[in-house]
Structures are given as structure tokens and as C-alpha cells.
Write a protein that binds this ligand. Structure first.
Ligand SMILES: O=C(O)CCC(=O)C(=O)O
Length: 293
């Protein structure tokens, strides 16, 4: 599906936009499920849904969430509880474009839904994805599927082109902090591209590429993005998965192997954090928790 020049662009920039990869019909079926999850969240005042492989909450609520103003900011592994998400992520065009980049043999690692409501303050600090889930090699792609039109006004993703060739610690004082050093954020901001796109567009991103995203400052535009992590089948985890899915290591292209391919180098190995999602780890407050002053 991807052309030679698409692949060259991915290799150069560490990301690639593919327009209109997801049809309106499929997108609408995903959005319908989100609407149901948001409606359900109105019955809760703190994170909930502990039927996950690691017992952390699937549904993560931002501070200020209420029945009249629901703020369900993240759903961990929606594919674990929805056939529409499984159909999109396990077969068809999405695994195909990933296999073009890191195939032929690819497995599904995990997925998550980031939901930025109008006026929602949650931001995502600059980080790469591989440090969250280190493997024996780093052939991996994060796929970001735009479920709404996305631009700077509603908290679009910001990607630092070329940063997949660089390495930055995600540790401070020996502790995994889930982002690069905050002193570097301004310099990344100056280099970053705003990922502006239409609902149904897809951003393919190298797992070493630095990225983040601002708050949704709009009054009336949601910004929902489905994020999925895929790896080459010969990549084996150096730490347990950070957002474990019941479909972890499901082969979505080619075939499985028991032979690990190793990449020479060094790798920071995180200790798992207790927060339900990395929003908490990055210092974004969560509903139902004691507020720090
Ligand atoms: O939602 C965003 O703006 C960024 C998402 C992201 O980087 C993540 O959740 O890992």
C-alpha cells in the first residue's frame, strides 16, 4: 500500500500521514461505542473497569469529571471489549500499512483511546513510546487514527521530526517519569510539527519519535484519537507490557516466531508505575484522587 517515497519519508521524519485510511462508516461505529462509554462514565466519580489483565482501571477520568460534564480522558485497550475496534486493528488496511514498514511479520501490542473534550486541560508531555515498552529490537510503529478533525485549536498531536534518530532519557533521579526532561520541552516545541488532519486520516509514527499534545482549547470540538502499538514479530519484551491487552502478541500480519532478533545498544528498563494511565504519571490530575496543592 505504501509507496517507496512514503517509506523514505517515514524513515527521514520518523512519521508519515496517510489520508482517509479509515472509512466514515467504520469511524462512526467506533464513535458510537465511545458515546456509550462516555454515557456509562456518568455513573462513576473515579476511575473504573478493573477487568484488565493487570487490574488497573480501563476507564480513566480527568479531575473535574461529573455526570453533567463527563471527562473520560482515556480508555485502555478498547479492542479488548469491542468487536468494531478488533476488526479495524487486526485486519485490513491498518495492519497492512504497518507491515509495509516493519513487516512481513507483525504483532498487535496494545491500544488506547485518548479523548480530549472541548475545554479539557489534559496535555501529553514529550516522550517516545519505546521506553514504555522496551523490546529486544525497536522495529515498531505507533498508529494514531484520527476520529475527529484535528488541529492546533483542539489539542492536536505534536511530533518532533527526525527525533527517532536521537535518544533522550525518560528517567529522573533513577525514576521513570514517562517523559523527557521538562527542561527540553521548549526546544522540542520549537522543532515540532503540528499534526493537522481530517477524521479518518492516520499518522504512522516510529516508536522512538518524540511526540506530545496540548490541551483542547476549543469550545465545541472533541479530539478523539485511537492509538495502537504494533511490533515486529521477532521483537520480545524486556519488561511486562505497560497497558496489557488480552490480545497481546496477536499476529496481525505474516507469522509468529520463537526466535528473538536483538539490536545492539543500551536500553533503560522502567519499573511499572501505579497510575491507571500515563496521564497520572505525567502529573495530570485524576478524578476521585486527593488533590495536591
Ligand atoms: O493524545 C495526544 O495528544 C498524544 C497521545 C500520546 O502521545 C499518548 O497517549 O501516548
Amino acid at each position: 500500500m505504501l509507496s517507496k517515497s512514503d517509506k523514505a519519508q517515514f524513515d527521514r521524519d520518523g512519521y508519515l500521514m496517510v489520508p482517509a485510511l479509515v472509512s466514515d462508516g467504520v469511524r462512526e461505529s467506533l464513535l458510537k461505542e465511545i458515546d456509550l462509554w462516555v454515557a456509562e462514565s456518568c455513573n462513576h466519580s473515579a476511575n473504573y473497569g478493573f477487568d484488565t489483565p493487570d487490574g488497573k482501571a480501563r476507564f480513566d477520568l480527568e479531575l473535574g469529571h461529573s455526570a453533567v460534564r463527563p471527562r473520560l480522558r482515556r480508555v485502555a485497550n478498547p479492542a479488548d471489549i469491542s468487536q468494531s475496534y478488533q476488526a479495524l486493528l487486526f485486519e485490513g488496511m491498518v495492519p497492512e500499512v504497518v507491515a509495509d514498514l516493519i513487516g512481513p511479520d507483525v504483532f498487535f501490542h496494545h491500544c488506547k483511546l485518548n479523548n480530549k473534550f472541548p475545554g479539557m486541560k489534559a496535555r501529553v508531555e514529550y516522550h517516545a513510546d519505546h521506553p514504555f515498552d522496551p523490546h529486544t529490537n525497536d522495529d515498531g510503529v505507533t498508529v494514531l487514527i484520527l476520529l475527529d478533525d484535528m488541529d492546533e485549536g483542539n489539542g492536536c498531536l505534536r511530533i518532533v521530526p527526525g527525533s527517532h534518530q536521537e535518544r533522550y532519557t525518560h528517567f529522573c533521579d533513577g525514576k521513570f517519569i514517562g517523559s523527557t526532561d521538562p527542561d527540553l520541552f521548549d526546544s522540542f516545541d520549537q522543532r515540532a510539527d503540528s499534526i493537522i488532519g481530517k477524521a479518518g486520516d492516520v499518522c504512522l509514527m516510529d516508536i522512538w519519535t518524540l511526540h506530545g499534545g496540548g490541551p483542547n482549547l476549543s469550545q465545541d470540538r472533541s479530539r478523539r484519537v485511537l492509538i495502537t502499538d504494533y511490533r515486529a514479530a521477532d521483537a520480545f519484551a524486556l519488561a511486562p507490557p505497560i497497558v496489557p491487552s488480552r490480545f497481546y502478541r496477536k499476529i496481525v500480519a505474516g507469522k509468529a516466531t520463537h526466535v528473538a532478533r536483538l539490536r545492539e545498544g543500551t536500553m533503560e528498563i522502567l519499573e511499572h508505575y501505579s497510575d491507571d494511565s500515563f496521564f497520572g504519571l505525567q502529573g495530570q490530575q485524576t478524578a476521585g484522587e486527593a488533590q495536591s496543592s
